[in-house]
Structures are given as structure tokens and as C-alpha cells.
Design a protein around this ligand. Structure first.
Ligand code: C2E
Ligand code: MG
Ligand code: MG
Ligand code: MG
Length: 291
């Protein structure tokens, strides 16, 4: 820990130096072995325009196909990786896998934009930009503009100036950034003004609450206003029902993700989903009202 907090340093700590709990050390060892054994998978969840039904892209979400415990969602293993160098190995695997999948989809005529989640510790690695450039160079047919990196406010806040310059350098490569779980972090408005992210993703908590809680509606209105003032795109997370979508359209947020549209799915399911997916008629009607 002490070393980790030294300025300008990154984490050269290994598990023994970090004096981790026995359980966490075991989990980290298991994760490392699972990575080598190819037990991780990416599932993909569509992002769409609620009114037109247009597919904006898909978000890659990691899963662990554990030989004994079954399919594990990230909550069961990502927290153990926090502040640990192994998060970089996982993160690089995710980026490579997503680019590979895009190539595969491209060859099937499905040109999809893909978003990947980037952990704070990974973004802060001194080689992040160089390694991202290398990954992109390995897939020369993929336009980097089609890759979006989702970061949490807390990740961007870590070391402010450094995060800014990392984000700018990545944007020079062509990739874009989204601020995930927006509204749950601590960023001040002056900070948001400076942060070069293209998209704000409204945290699903506000969306879920908005049908029954007027405070959450006010928050949604506020975030929608902010996105317009700062000229950022907006995507709502956690659209679980037709009514959530309807409310968002009424408030002026048109792009969304959630179970009412599609659950995260294996990549080979996306083509069928895309050919069958239609927005609720109530959503399409919203478009005419706003025109
Ligand atoms: P996130 O990036 O905010 O992703 C959204 C989470 O909400 C996903 O959970 C998704 O399955 C879930 N979700 C989507 N629509 C709905 C809905 O309508 N209702 C509800 N209740 N949930 C919905 P998941 O896949 O378990 O991922 C949880 C978090 O783990 C993600 O939150 C992200 O922060 C992190 N994560 C996932 N994959 C990766 C990864 O490859 N790398 C890193 N660093 N983090 C990841
Ligand atoms: Mg995300
Ligand atoms: Mg989120
Ligand atoms: Mg989240």
C-alpha cells in the first residue's frame, strides 16, 4: 500500500507485498489461472435508440465460466482485482477480445460499435495508451472510432491531470470515452466541463427509481440538461420495462440500454437479436411527438 501511494509510481507490488487476505490471494491466483485457461468470456448488451430502434452499439461485459461455480458475473471477481496489477492483464484481454469479435462480426456484415469497461487501475497504468495503440494496430481494419471506453467517474478522478491527458491521448488514437454510472460519483460540474468524454451513461439507479420517485425524475431532468449544456451524448442504463423507456423519451433521453431491450448475450446471438428487435410501439410514437 505504502509504495502504491508514492507519487508517479505505478503498482509494482505483487500479492505478497500487498499483504492481502488469504481469500483474496486465492481468488487472484484462481483468476490468473483462469485467464491462462481461457475461462473468461465476453457477453454483449445492445445500446439502441428507443424511438427508431437503431442499434448504436454493444457493450462488452465480462463473465467467468468457472469449472465448479458456473457462470460468474463480475461482482464475484472484479472487486478482488482492484488496485492489483492483474487488472491490466484482464483489461488487455477484454480489449483484444472485443476487437477480435468486431472483426468477426464485420466479416458477417454486422458492423457494430463496441464499448468496453476499463478499470481505474488499468487506465492509470503508464503504458495504457501505448498498449491500446498496439492492440488497435493488430486490427487495422477496425476504425478506432468504433471503440468506446467506459470509465467510472472515480477512475477519471484518480489523478486528475494524468487521467485527462490519458483520455486525450486515447482520443487522438480515435477511440471515444463514456462516463459510466453517471451521477453516482463525485465529479463537480467544473470538472465535468473539462473532462473530454463524449457520452454520459445515466446510472440505472435513477432510471429504476424514476417511475415511483419524483426526486429521481428531477435528477434525470438535471442530467439531461447537463448533457445538453455540455454537448455530451447520453445513454440511459437499466431500462427494464416499456414504461422506463417511455418516461425517458418524454424527458428527452433517447438512447438506452436495459433488459426491456435486450439482456447481455453471447456474441453469436447478436445477429438474430438484431434482425428481430423492434422498439415498443409506444416508444416509436414518442419520436413523432418530439419532432
Ligand atoms: P456497467 O458497466 O454499469 O454495466 C451494466 C450492468 O448492468 C451489467 O452488469 C449489466 O448486465 C447490468 N444490466 C444491464 N441492463 C440491466 C437492466 O435493465 N436491469 C438491471 N438490473 N441490470 C442491467 P454486469 O455484467 O454484472 O456488470 C457489472 C459491472 O461490472 C459493470 O457495470 C462494469 O462496471 C463491470 N464490468 C463488467 N465487465 C467488465 C470488464 O470487462 N472490465 C471491467 N473493468 N469492468 C467490467
Ligand atoms: Mg459499462
Ligand atoms: Mg453502468
Ligand atoms: Mg455499474
Amino acid at each position: 500500500r505504502a509504495k502504491q501511494e508514492q507519487k508517479g509510481d505505478w503498482l509494482y507490488l505483487d500479492a505478497s507485498e500487498q499483504r492481502l487476505s488469504v481469500e483474496r490471494q486465492q481468488l487472484l491466483a484462481d483468476i490468473r489461472a483462469a485467464l491462462a485457461d481461457n475461462q473468461f468470456r465476453l457477453v454483449y448488451q445492445p445500446k439502441v435508440c428507443l424511438c427508431s430502434g437503431q442499434v448504436i452499439g454493444v457493450e462488452a461485459l465480462i463473465r467467468w465460466e468457472h469449472p465448479e461455480k458456473g457462470l460468474l458475473s463480475p461482482i464475484h471477481f472484479l472487486p478482488a482485482l482492484e488496485h492489483h496489477p492483474l487488472v491490466v492483464d484482464i483489461g488487455e484481454w477484454v480489449i483484444d477480445q472485443a476487437l477480435r469479435q468486431m472483426t468477426r462480426w464485420d466479416s458477417e456484415g454486422l458492423a457494430l460499435n463496441v464499448a468496453v469497461n476499463i478499470a481505474a487501475t488499468h487506465l492509470q497504468h503508464p503504458d495504457f495508451v501505448a498498449r491500446l495503440a498496439e492492440a488497435l494496430a493488430s486490427y487495422p481494419h477496425i476504425d478506432p472510432q468504433r471503440l468506446d471506453l467506459e470509465i467510472l467517474e472515480t477512475a477519471a478522478l484518480g489523478e486528475l491531470d494524468k487521467a485527462h491527458s490519458t483520455i486525450r491521448d486515447c482520443e487522438r488514437l480515435g477511440v471515444t470515452f463514456s462516463l459510466d454510472d453517471f451521477g453516482t460519483g463525485y465529479s463537480s460540474l467544473s470538472y465535468l466541463k473539462q473532462l473530454p468524454v463524449k457520452t454520459l451513461k445515466i446510472d440505472q439507479g435513477f432510471v429504476r427509481g424514476a417511475l415511483s420517485n419524483s426526486d429521481d425524475i428531477s435528477i434525470l431532468r438535471g442530467i439531461i440538461g447537463l448533457s445538453q449544456a455540455f454537448d455530451r451524448k447520453l445513454v440511459a442504463e437499466g431500462v427494464e420495462t416499456m414504461e422506463h423507456g417511455e418516461l425517458l423519451i418524454r424527458l428527452g433521453c433517447y438512447d438506452a440500454q436495459g433488459y426491456a431491450i435486450a439482456k447481455p448475450m453471447k456474441p453469436e446471438k447478436i445477429a438474430t437479436w438484431k434482425s428481430q428487435w423492434r422498439p415498443y410501439p409506444e416508444w416509436s410514437a414518442g419520436e413523432q411527438v418530439t419532432q
